[in-house]
Each structure stands twice: as C-alpha cells, then as structure tokens.
Design a protein around this ligand. Structure first.
Ligand SMILES: [Fe+2]
Length: 290
C-alpha cells in the first residue's frame, strides 16, 4: 500500500483513540459510552488489519466512510447530551478529580484520595443510578419508601463529594478572597471567628457527616450547618458553598482517630477561589426574605 495511504490510516486509528477519550470525558452515560467505544474499537481493528494488506481502493473507501459515519453519530450523541443540559435518570457519572491523587499531600494522602474518589464516591454514583432507575421507571417503583431513601443517601453523597473535590486545591491561598471574604467578615465578625466555629462544627459531628458553610437565600446570610448522616439532618433551601467530609473514610488511613488533626490540616487545601465562585453564583437566587 502507498505510504501516504498508510499514514492516513494510522491517523484514523489515532483519531479513534482521541474520540474514545472525548466520549469518556463527556457527560454521556456509561452504557452509551461503552457502546460507541466498542463500535470505534471494532472499526479500528478493521483499519489496522487493512494497513497490513495490499489494500484495494474499494476497501480503503469503505473504511473511510465507516469512520466518517461513526464521527457524525458520536458527534450527535455528545451534542444532544449537551443541548439537553441535564443528566438522565440513572445516568450520573463520577466527576474527574481536578488534580492528581497525590496533589493534596502531605495534608491528605494519595491512598485516601484514591479510595475516597474511586471507591466511595463511585459507590454513591452507582447507588444513585440504581435508585433513580427504580424510582422513575413506572413499572418498577413498587418499593417507593426504600428507593426514596436510597436516592437521598446516594444523591446527597454524590453531590456533596462533587462539591468537596472542587472545594480543595494544592494551591490554596489559605484565606478567603473576594466577595466571600467580605461576607464572612460581615456575618461572622472575622475570618478567625468563622474558622473557629466551622472547625468546632466539624468536630461536633457524631459518627458520620459533613461540616457545611452555606448561603441561605431565605435570610440573606451565610450559615454554618452540619449534615450528620447526610441523608438526614439537612437544612432545606440553603446552598452549600464549602463542605468538609468528616466521615472516617476521609481521614482514618492517615490520621486514625485524630479527626481534629485532619480538620486543622484540611484548612491548608481549601480552594477559596471555588468557594467564592459558588457564593457569587448562589447570590443570584433572590427569594423573599423571611
Ligand atoms: Fe466521603
């Protein structure tokens, strides 16, 4: 086969790999992602096999057309997903960590981050998808009470962990910035008194739960709340801005029972830029104040 055709076909194989990555990083559901990745792989196998043959023109055009069709179909899948601007029931995905697993060391170890993200958060995503598939499929939603509880437990776990990952960074400025800094001073008196109260709130959680700084559009104020057993003891209609996971899985491997040391060290990795962004967005909601 001519060299130019061979290198073109190699390009196509590389394009297939890139497209599989694009699919993986898109918000497309796992089933759909697997289906199109398999289609791409079987087409790539054909292309690779063809490169090692004499290579007739008809076969070459056929493979090129198949590639073009795959491209159009996958583009539509990804675009329609973005246009809908929603996640279908049972189609949540584990969000990627915005830094390396070892990036928060020495404050939070790589081992903890790997297990926490890959195992614990993934379990919430899987549990939420299972609950939603049962709940929103009319043929299947017989055990309503059970699945609603599963949705609350896993949905809260999924959402809070998603906030938590982005609330942290290896490049923390270590102090609040922007609008949230002003608001913390206004509502809590000072950064010190806020930090002190949040730390005490985190330490007060019995068993499992979260410390949460939230915006309350109903009072037009920041509030500190703990979400103990995160499917219960919630504070409705507030918007979490900064959350700290104090479930044992978040610190035990590194800090054993010393939760206070974990909380103290965690302040070194708070992403105040993210907290400020969340505050600026949350403030756009205007409810009547009561
Ligand atoms: Fe967790």
């Amino acid at each position: 086969m001519e060299k130019s055709k061979q290198s073109y076909l190699h390009e196509l194989v590389r394009w297939g790999d890139e497209t599989k990555n694009t699919l993986k990083n898109s918000s497309t559901s796992e089933d759909v992602c697997d289906y199109w990745s398999n289609e791409l792989e079987s087409w790539q196998r054909e292309v690779k096999a063809f490169i090692n043959t004499e290579g007739n023109e008809e076969g070459f055009l056929l493979l090129r057309n198949d590639g073009q069709q795959l491209y159009n179909q996958i583009k539509n899948v990804i675009n329609s997903r973005q246009q809908n601007n929603s996640v279908g029931y049972g189609q949540h995905k584990l969000p990627p960590l915005p830094y390396d697993y070892s990036a928060l060391e020495p404050y939070i170890s790589k081992e903890i981050m790997e297990l926490h993200h890959n195992v614990h958060h993934q379990a919430y995503v899987d549990g939420l998808n299972k609950a939603e598939k049962a709940l929103y499929d009319a043929k299947n939603n017989k055990e309503m009470k059970h699945w609603l509880r599963e949705q609350a437990f896993n949905g809260s776990g999924h959402n809070l962990h998603t906030i938590f990952w982005y609330n942290m960074t290896p490049n923390s400025g270590k102090k609040p910035i922007g609008e949230i800094a002003k608001r913390i001073n206004q509502d809590f008196g000072s950064w010190r008194s806020f930090k002190d109260m949040f730390t005490k709130a985190a330490a007060s959680v019995e068993g499992v739960g979260w410390a949460v700084l939230a915006w309350n559009p109903r009072s037009g104020r920041l509030v500190i709340q703990t979400f103990e057993k995160h499917q219960q003891f919630q504070y409705a209609d507030i918007i979490p801005l900064l959350v700290l996971d104090v479930w044992e899985h978040a610190y035990y491997l590194q800090y054993k029972t010393d939760r206070n040391a974990y909380i103290t060290n965690w302040w070194n990795v708070v992403n105040w830029k993210d907290v400020n962004n969340r505050y600026v967005e949350a403030k756009k909601i205007i409810w009547p104040l009561y």
